[in-house]
Write a new protein. Structure first.
Length: 101
């Protein structure tokens, strides 16, 4: 890969952290960092390897962020790691914008 690569933006994913909070990932670089530094060692199987490969391909080609995102989601589900994909799930109750007609 080349120096100074773009982060390859993606539609965000929130992933549960060890402290019970959620970390927002919004680039392929964020996905790769999570896979390589925060993923449980006992969950680094075929799905994890596929997600790492998808992230490396996306960073190398500067495209396919969606493929890397999907591979990450599949690996997280296989590892039983909590994800949030719906923004409404992160909003405090009662603070959601009201729809106007």
């Amino acid at each position: 890969m080349q120096d100074g690569l773009s982060l390859v933006p993606i539609h965000w994913i929130a992933i549960a952290t060890e402290s019970g909070e959620f970390a927002i990932l919004n680039s392929v670089a964020d996905l790769g960092t999570t896979l390589l530094t925060k993923w449980p060692d006992d969950q680094r199987g075929d799905l994890w390897r596929g997600a790492v490969s998808a992230c490396l391909r996306a960073l190398d080609t500067q495209v396919n962020g969606n493929e890397a995102r999907e591979a990450f989601i599949i690996a997280a589900r296989g590892a039983d790691i909590s994800l949030v994909l719906d923004p409404a799930m992160l909003e405090p109750r009662g603070l959601r914008p009201k729809k106007t007609h």
